[in-house]
Ligand binder design. Structure first.
Ligand SMILES: Cc1cc2nc3c(=O)[nH]c(=O)nc-3n(C[C@H](O)[C@H](O)[C@H](O)COP(=O)(O)OP(=O)(O)OC[C@H]3O[C@@H](n4cnc5c(N)ncnc54)[C@H](O)[C@@H]3O)c2cc1C
Ligand code: SF4
Length: 496
């Protein structure tokens, strides 16, 4: 019997559960699908990352003695068919895809290709190894989920208690960037011959957002390890304090920029979390930062995967605020006078990266306040970000960012006026708009839109215990001011 192992492009695990030791009977199959690459305007640097990482992975397996069949095919199924014709395997084996559509397709392979296909469970996520709430139909809040994961994987635990006696150190975190601090830059990885070849191909294709030329992300397991070690040593100690800060000078601040690698399988979530935990035990990083980081990995990231599979396929059509507006064209160019949005969009065009608060409190905040249709927002996010995959984009964008899932993912809509943006960033200092004005010619649109949103949805928001206090702020608006805000918001929206 000859077995072919199909490794998907985002399953480049060093220790792949489906890949046995090399023998003459086993072939490993990797397929670049042109159909998938062209299905969206994927950022050129994301295209380079995925293709180069796949090609390096194939080379790595060959060096270990595997026979690897690598196809650049019009589609996944065309690649599989070509493999079947050329190699005539008696069976296929693969790991379940992370994404819903791909998993649906895998389920059809056996019938369509006419041979046995074994699909083993996905083990790329901790939640695939331990589901704290199996089959739950009830909403589980992230905090409850997170504590269960910490307990199960014994991360930052002393017996059954969290190290330091607390689960959460938010009161020490989330500060604006202190004057004079200069966050260290992230490491750049010079493209080798394989990556240069991919860059040339992607440039030639002229498809997608951004430019491939400046690509400097890691593409191998070793480079991803270097990126992890660099984060642990230089940025983790201040990660917690400044995880919500935004800066026009330092795009990555103290963030890890590890999502591109974890999402591809070049790093595993547990090794990343354990590396942070070990830094704490060595006394090299404080607890507020280490807990804050581990919360992102085993809390938010795993929770999003869990939510995705709980809510798909309905999640992608969710639109509980009934948002219908088109995404403005300038979202693709960044050509706007709103300094914060211009900055975030231009940065994402250049680097394919924004950190969490830029995505949440600038981009989706604006889209929620202006009522942009969720599918259009998802399309934009999928196109702009290096770490974008359906399993993580849908719950983050539709759920957390736009609160369009009826509050299943986040207990409140993440909306904010310029007061928040001004406190947490330096964007407002050089903006054409006035962050302090709610109405009038120079009033920041975030202010007008924020108050307009509260006025429009007052009753619904009042019922939410986490937003009630913000709605109470409406009582400080005079009748005239309410009318002015409404009119100004209407004018702004009609010119979007
Ligand atoms: C609207 C919106 C869209 C997003 N889209 C994506 C996406 O397509 N892909 C993606 O990986 N993340 C996404 N996120 C989550 C988060 O913004 C990114 O994971 C993070 O910015 C990646 O940068 P980093 O590696 O420097 O993260 P850090 O701030 O250093 O955080 C460490 C790690 O925690 C994980 N993480 C933190 N928050 C989340 C979260 N909410 N969901 C999943 N993982 C999380 C990531 O693996 C990240 O690398 C989105 C968030 C929002 C609000
Ligand atoms: S004033 Fe308003 S639009 Fe300008 S940067 Fe600040 S929040 Fe953004």
């Amino acid at each position: 019997m000859s077995l072919s192992i199909v490794v998907l492009g985002d399953q480049l695990l060093d220790d792949h559960p489906v890949v046995p030791d090399p023998t003459d009977e086993v072939r490993v199959v990797l397929i670049e699908s042109q159909k998938k690459l062209r299905s969206r305007a994927y950022h050129q640097q994301k295209q380079v990352l995925v293709l180069s990482a796949m090609r390096h992975y194939a080379a790595r397996l060959r060096a270990r003695g595997y026979t690897v069949d690598y196809y650049a095919a019009p589609s996944m199924s065309a690649g599989l068919r070509q493999h079947l014709i050329e190699q005539r395997p008696s069976a296929l084996r693969t790991m379940a895809a992370s994404e819903y559509d791909a998993r649906q397709q895998q389920a059809l392979w056996s019938a369509r290709l006419g041979l046995p296909v074994e699909i083993i469970p996905n083990s790329q996520f901790l939640v695939g190894q331990h589901d704290p709430f199996p089959g739950s139909q009830k909403r589980v809040v992230m905090e409850t989920f997170y504590r269960q994961m910490r307990r199960h994987f014994c991360l930052l635990m002393e017996d059954d208690e969290p190290v330091g006696g607390r689960w959460n150190f938010d009161d020490e975190n989330r500060k604006p960037l202190k004057k004079g601090l200069q966050p260290p830059p992230i490491p750049r990885f010079e493209p080798d011959d394989i990556t240069q070849q991919v860059i040339a191909e992607v440039k030639r294709s002229d498809h997608g957002v951004g430019q491939a030329d400046t690509f400097a992300y890691a593409v191998t397991h070793e480079q991803a390890q270097t990126a992890l070690a660099d984060f642990i040593q230089y940025r983790l100690p201040l990660f917690g304090a400044y995880e919500d800060a935004m800066s026009s000078r330092y795009p990555t601040l103290y963030h890890s920029v590890l999502s591109p690698y974890i999402n591809l399988g070049l790093l595993t979530p547990l090794e990343v979390a354990r590396a942070a935990e070990a830094a704490y035990h060595r006394g090299e990083a404080p607890l507020n930062s280490v807990e804050g980081f581990i919360r992102q990995i085993v809390g938010w990231r795993e929770y999003m995967m869990w939510q995705y599979w709980r809510m798909m396929p309905e999640l992608r059509d969710s639109n509980s605020w009934g948002a219908q507006r088109l995404l403005p064209d300038w979202f693709w160019s960044g050509d706007t006078q709103m300094n914060c949005l211009r900055h975030v969009i231009e940065q994402a065009r250049e680097t394919a990266y924004s950190h969490h608060i830029q995505r949440l409190m600038i981009v989706t905040n604006f889209c929620l306040l202006t009522g942009i249709e969720p599918r259009a927002v998802v399309e934009w996010f999928m196109s702009f970000y290096i770490d974008a995959y359906d399993w993580v984009m849908q719950p983050n964008t539709v759920g957390m960012g736009l609160n369009a899932d009826g509050g299943q993912t986040a207990t409140k809509p993440y909306i904010a006026s310029a007061t928040y943006i001004n406190r947490m960033s330096d964007y407002c200092q050089t903006c054409a708009y006035d962050p302090k004005a709610r109405s009038g010619e120079h009033a920041c649109p975030f202010n007008t839109l924020y108050w307009n949103f509260l006025l429009t949805h007052e009753n619904q928001l009042r019922a939410n215990p986490r937003l009630g206090p913000a709605v109470l702020g409406l009582k400080h608006l005079s009748a005239d001011e309410r009318i002015q805000i409404r009119q100004q918001a209407e004018h702004f929206l009609s010119h979007l």
